[in-house]
Ligand binder design. Structure first.
Ligand code: KG4
Ligand code: ZN
Length: 335
């Protein structure tokens, strides 16, 4: 089965073709990062317009790279939510029109299911069941995964998502958008001994998380440095280091707790924040100590992409699921 996947929930236009026999055969991505950087965050209307501009050329390019005709497609998967409604509608409209014209099924994929299954695009795939730490710009979740579509939410963030905390910290320190990679790169030059940030909610039982306090901690630390006439690049780097270590430690403690609670030793980490070097290194160490296994998507499939949507959609179609062509998009949608 050849499935075309389309992702357009936020600021990346991603298109891919997944072959259920051969695996991923082509994928293309257009990022709007430069467009939004000047505003310090994603401008929804500009995002929708850019998706409209890029979708058709990217679909044609992906078909060409895969060396297949559009009539050979067996199904179309599109991100139906959660996300920015205009951006979602751009992708969903193109996807459903194409499905209608080609008389093939269309399936609306949950964006977070796409992220969660992204490690399945690698040669070394995790077996079920596993614990998934899903950390992106909009979500921080711990999920028990027993199979495709069998998801049990174990813990969630009570306020900011991990990626959102990175982005807000970057904004406070004027490091630009997107925040995660910028904070992480500056943290490399930081002194880990200078500041110690709290590890939120680790002394309370349970798997829920909270990251908004860390952002406030960043603000207070930075303002104190300004008052003391120490608002230097080095201070920024030291704050980034302390912030990143606090997030990485907190996520690691929560993952350990989830694995113990569910009596599992297989961890999957996905979503934009799973690209983070420090978080990967701490989780690698945890799983090595536990003699367990940890799986990540390749770096380019940590952040938004069409390949994960093509994969998740292909699994749904293989299971005989598809959506009525009236199913456009839903900006809020729980997994
Ligand atoms: O999954 P994603 O591309 O989009 C959403 O579904 O939200 O995740 C984007 C988020 C942003 O908050 C971005 O700052 C964060 O992932 N991110 C990172 C890194 N790369 C991306 N956060 C920390 N370290 C990184 N290296
Ligand atoms: Zn995402």
């Amino acid at each position: 089965m050849l499935v075309l996947g389309i992702e357009s929930s936020c600021d990346e236009t991603g298109v891919a073709i997944y072959d259920t026999d051969k695996g991923l055969i082509a994928h293309t991505l257009y990022t709007q990062v430069e467009l939004h950087a000047q505003y310090g965050g994603v401008v929804p209307e500009l995002a929708s317009r850019d998706h409209i501009r890029k979708l058709t050329p990217l679909i044609l390019q992906t078909l060409e790279e895969a060396n297949i005709e559009r009539t050979e497609l067996d199904g179309i998967a599109y991100t139906a939510g959660p996300g920015l409604i205009g951006a979602l509608l751009a992708g969903s409209s193109v996807a459903r029109s194409l499905a209608y014209a080609l008389k093939i099924p269309a399936v609306g994929v949950h964006h977070m299911e796409g992220h969660l299954l992204a490690p399945m695009l690698e040669d070394n795939q995790p077996d079920f069941p596993f614990i998934c730490l899903l950390v992106s710009g909009g979500h921080s979740m711990l999920i028990r995964v027993d199979g495709i579509g069998e998801y049990k939410l174990l813990g969630d963030t009570l306020d900011d998502a991990a990626g959102e905390a990175f982005d807000k910290t970057a904004k406070l320190l004027e490091l630009g958008y997107p925040g995660g990679p910028n904070v992480s790169n500056l943290a490399l030059k930081g002194n880990a001994e200078r500041y110690k940030f709290p590890r939120p909610m680790v002394d309370r039982p349970g798997l829920d998380m909270s990251f908004s306090g860390l952002k406030t901690y960043t603000l207070n630390t930075w303002q104190a440095a300004i008052k003391e006439d120490d608002a230097s690049e080095q201070t920024k780097a030291d704050i980034c280091r302390a912030f990143e270590l606090a997030v990485a430690d907190t996520l690691t403690i929560k993952c350990k707790r989830a694995l113990e609670q569910e009596n599992l030793n297989r961890l999957v980490v996905a979503g934009g924040v799973s690209a983070n070097r420090e978080i990967r290194s701490k989780l690698d160490a945890l799983m090595k100590k536990r003699k367990g296994e940890v799986f990540y998507p390749r770096l380019e499939f940590c952040t938004d992409n069409g390949a994960m949507i093509a994969y998740a959609g292909a699994q749904r179609l293989l299971a005989g699921q598809s959506n009525d062509l009236n199913f456009a998009a839903t900006p809020r949608w729980s997994l």
